[in-house]
Design a protein around this ligand. Structure first.
Ligand code: SF4
Length: 694
């Protein structure tokens, strides 16, 4: 922990790690950051923080930062440091050459959920206005794209329904596929506070997360389901709600389509979907499913919080809709203490999605085929826009290996580490003629890059992040960019080299354009954010003070939509060669692939990823605590040390993925969500055996 010296100034800004969005005072002495102090007036954190936001900012001034642009004609050549002018001109020339040679659709880009709203808005604008296509995607593809699909389909908008304070009004808290005390610690603490006050807890998770049993908190029901069976279990809970007539008929008749409810009710009430019938699939005792369903439906205000254990499945979108069905059926939507709440992983994944980072949507989730929305952007940007959705990240990689996609601009994402089936990602990148990586460090993806544009940290720029409760908060520059340019300036340089003629002098001007073009943001301006601290969208004429709770008087789409979600087993099967199921998650001290936290003192708290394995499975393989084991799947193999624990059930193993040596995504498969292509990270059939180490 580095906390030295006496500060001479302080700047209030927002944490760049998780979707809680804690506010801090960055205390500075000259250009040196002395410490980060959680800010008491921060509306998301109210003076609290975790060990990441508080202590893990050392990466910003780490010696591994790349500060000068670099180019190379081929990835077999060494990098050559060049001026910003040369790097920008080379980038623009290459994209124009590729489009002239291979066509308009042969290039695209990826926005970063680590960057600000303004920066992601500019990347998608550059692609739509400058490349003339919709080939833009974002890391939400591999995390919360099913949330976007599922909540938009059922409720009409792709966002959580509540603010964090709402949890203090919940009588029943259902946590499914999330581990808030590790992955969203400050919100996890608030949840525990409510539980200590007497709220009841239901946890649906293959693993015994801390919330299941920790000092002063114990779950009423833990349903340790077999990975990949979320839809079957949620449907069985719905079966209980419907067959025992625990649903809220008045709410459904007033707020939802009654005929659709009846179709759904007929479906879930079939005997094949009872808790008893699905026990062989889920492994969960029917009595526990029935008790949990009764508690959720009748225990008062019931709120659902979920994470990537819901979305990163072949039925991720179906699971989100099954959750929404349950909430609507029991009337747990549209007031404090209830709702459906995705816990967003990255600091600005909500914002990146809001800003039009998907290949089918402009900012504010309007489809590119919507003539009115397109006309608005065409008028503002002075170009004709494509009405066809563009390529998703996996489609870009497929098209690259097919020879039709040749140029990719990647802002702040290490897709070689973070996306599934590493070999396929590598093959796609290797087949491209121009890969541009804009990042802080020479990440794994940069091994396949032709241009490296050094990025800036959250401490070096102005902008906004939007957290998991739709709260838009200011990011404020506390020091000059070490690389000479904030990320938004770099995108503007590339755009202008492409001939787009942008002249933003400050990110506030980008936000003014976002507000002018995005109906849910029309009331969002920097002067208001500075005066009020934050705003939760929608913030517009209909909701001048912003919107802490959504769908109060009606759903955004009008009537809430019940969707029949039939359980379809994943194609990833266990068998004699691969008898165990691997699932993955995070630990408190680290963040995602660890590019930042591994370059801080936090590494001392968790120096390596370990494989959690049940004592029975370990004994059967002769594995003892701390032994090196090989972890093999149909896709690949890696090696790590064993941690023997009853947190996982027999037949299930678990690891974190914060260290590149673990190479968890060498193991994961190509299977993905049927609606969004979100990878099925949470279910991989594996075998574990003793190993001599890496
Ligand atoms: Fe940062 Fe999230 Fe920790 Fe808050 S809870 S300090 S936003 S990592």
């Amino acid at each position: 922990v580095v906390e030295t010296g006496t500060p001479d100034r302080a700047v209030v800004t927002t944490c760049a790690y998780c979707g809680v969005g804690c506010t801090f005072r960055a205390e500075m002495r000259g250009e040196e950051l002395v410490r980060m102090v959680p800010w008491k007036d921060g509306k998301a954190n109210r003076g609290h923080s975790c060990v990441k936001g508080r202590f893990a900012w050392g990466y910003a001034q780490h010696q591994d930062r790349i500060l000068n642009p670099m180019i190379r004609a081929s990835v077999t050549e060494p990098w050559r440091e060049v001026s910003w002018d040369e790097a920008i001109a080379y980038t623009a020339n290459e994209f124009r050459r590729i489009q002239a040679q291979y066509g308009r659709l042969s290039v695209g880009g990826i926005t970063s959920s680590r960057c600000t709203n303004e920066e992601t808005f500019l990347v998608q604008k550059m692609i739509r206005q400058g490349f003339g296509n919709n080939n833009v995607d974002t890391c939400a593809r591999v995390c919360h794209s099913p949330t976007g699909y599922g909540l938009k389909t059922t409720f009409g908008t792709s966002a959580g329904t509540q603010d964090f304070d709402s949890v203090m009004h919940a009588d029943v808290i259902l946590v499914i596929g999330a581990n808030p005390t590790d992955a969203h610690p400050v919100f996890g603490s608030r949840m525990k506070k409510r539980l200590r006050q007497g709220a009841k807890l239901i946890v649906i998770d293959p693993r015994q997360i801390d919330l299941v049993k920790s000092p002063h908190v114990e779950a009423e029901h833990h349903l340790p389901l077999r990975p990949g069976t979320n839809v079957a279990l949620l449907t069985a809970m719905a079966h209980v709600v419907v067959t025992e007539k625990l649903y809220d008929e008045a709410f459904i008749r007033e707020r939802c389509d009654w005929d659709e409810f009846q179709d759904w009710a007929d479906f879930v009430s079939e005997a094949a979907r009872s808790p008893e019938a699905i026990e062989p699939l889920t492994g969960v005792r029917p009595a526990d499913v029935r008790a949990a369903a009764r508690l959720y439906a009748t225990g008062g205000n019931a709120a659902i919080y979920y994470g990537l254990g819901v979305t990163e499945h072949s039925q991720g979108s179906s699971t989100v809709m099954a959750i929404a069905n349950l909430a609507m059926a029991t009337g747990n939507i549209g007031r404090e203490g209830v709702g459906v709440n995705p816990l967003r992983g990255q600091n600005n994944v909500q914002g990146a999605c809001d800003m039009g980072s998907f290949p089918h949507e402009f900012s504010g989730y309007r489809h590119v085929s919507d003539d009115g929305a397109r006309a608005m952007f065409e008028s503002a940007w002075g170009v004709k826009l494509d009405h066809e959705p563009g390529l998703r990240i996996p489609n870009m990689l497929d098209a690259a290996t097919d020879g039709t996609f040749k140029g990719l601009f990647i802002q702040g994402e290490d897709i070689l580490q973070s996306d599934p089936n590493t070999r396929h990602v590598a093959a796609g990148l290797a087949a491209m003629e121009c890969v541009v990586v804009q990042d802080l460090f020479l990440n794994e993806t940069a091994n396949y890059a032709h241009v490296f544009l050094p990025g800036s940290t959250f401490l070096e720029k102005d902008g906004t992040f939007t957290n998991a409760e739709r709260r838009i908060q200011r990011v404020r520059k506390v020091m000059a960019p070490l690389n000479g340019h904030a990320d938004w300036e770099i995108v503007q340089l590339v755009a202008n080299a492409l001939g787009l003629g942008w002249d933003y002098a400050h990110p506030s001007e980008i936000m003014d354009e976002i507000a002018a073009l995005t109906p849910t943001f029309t009331g969002v301006h920097y002067d208001r954010l500075d005066a009020e601290g934050s705003l939760q969208w929608p913030a517009n004429d209909a909701a001048p003070d912003g919107t802490p709770t959504m769908h109060i008087d009606g759903f955004v789409r009008g009537k809430g939509k019940f969707v029949v979600t039939d359980y379809v087993p994943t194609d990833e099967k266990t068998g004699p060669r691969f008898p165990l199921l691997l699932t993955t998650g995070r630990i408190l001290s680290h963040y995602n692939v660890g590019a930042q936290t591994r370059r801080t003192a936090n590494t001392a708290w968790h120096p390596e990823d370990r494989l959690e394995i049940h004592p029975n499975d370990a004994e059967n393989r002769g594995v003892k605590e701390g032994d090196w084991v090989s972890l093999r799947s149909r896709a690949g193999e890696t090696t790590l040390r064993a941690l023997i624990t009853e947190r996982v059930a027999p037949g299930v193993v678990y690891t974190t993925f914060h260290h590149p040596d673990t190479q968890a995504n060498v193991i994961t498969t190509d299977y993905s969500d049927w609606a969004t292509n979100c990878p099925e990270y949470k279910v991989t059939a594996v075998q574990v055996g003793l190993s001599n180490g890496p």
